[in-house]
Design a protein around this ligand. Structure first.
Ligand code: GSH
Length: 213
């Protein structure tokens, strides 16, 4: 048993943390939880891990740590020697910061708005305006990826680890068609070629085909 334990909730953002560990080749122990079959939410055992009760949660250095971005920064800084980040004088620095934060700051909330709108049967007004941000975010990513191999430019970074979930597995909850976005689709094909991503998805979701197309 490693002293880094990643608690993964099935089909959830905690796939990011498993992927990070694989990319950094950090030793870790994976504990996987299925969603509650009735509610599709985290089961009691997952909720009990941390007061916020949502995925991801990791156990590390005597801490129970939650929140994707915080966990990623913590592991990169404490265990990864700063790999997958960029220095302030790197030409991709601003892009790395932007896409890392844009993923959970804007893209995920917009997708959640879309889910709420369809659950509540609201398809107009403020809800539509807010959820329409998903389309604008995809268009922004599409334009950006026309000239960038990875979100921060030439280097694969933690910005990719943050952005891939809303472009892939999140579409299981909030379907979006990426047909009109060839650069995003080409980017996702590159992601699918990464051995670290393949190992992470096989460990997180056995039998599930990653939503790369
Ligand atoms: N901003 C949080 C969001 C976490 C989150 O919403 N997790 C979802 C999975 S994608 C969850 O745990 N859902 C199950 C539940 O709420 O019971 C993060 O990135 O860590």
């Amino acid at each position: 048993m490693s002293d880094l334990v990643v608690h993964h909730l099935g089909i959830s953002q905690s796939e990011r943390i498993v992927w990070l560990c694989e990319e950094l080749e950090l030793p870790y122990t994976l504990v996987r939880y299925d969603r509650d079959p009735a509610t599709r939410m985290a089961p009691e055992a997952y909720r009990a891990l941390h007061p916020i009760g949502i995925a991801p949660v990791v156990e590390v250095d005597g801490l129970m740590l939650a929140e994707s971005g915080a966990i990623i920064d913590y592991l990169v800084m404490k265990r990864g020697g700063g790999r997958l980040t960029l220095a302030v004088d790197d030409p991709g620095f601003a892009d790395w910061l932007f896409w890392f934060h844009f993923a959970n700051g804007t893209v995920m909330p917009a997708a959640m708005m879309g889910i709420m709108g369809s659950l509540l049967g609201i398809d107009g007004g403020l809800m539509a305006t807010l959820s329409e941000r998903s389309t604008r975010a995809d268009a922004l990513a599409e334009t950006h990826l026309a000239k960038a191999t990875w979100f921060a430019g030439e280097s694969f970074t933690t910005a990719d680890i943050m952005m891939v979930f809303p472009l892939t597995t999140m579409r299981a909850f909030a379907p979006r068609d990426l047909a009109a976005f060839p650069n995003i689709r080409a980017y996702l094909a590159r992601i699918g070629e990464r051995p670290g991503y393949q190992r992470a998805m096989a460990a997180c979701e056995p039998g599930f085909t990653p939503m790369l197309a």
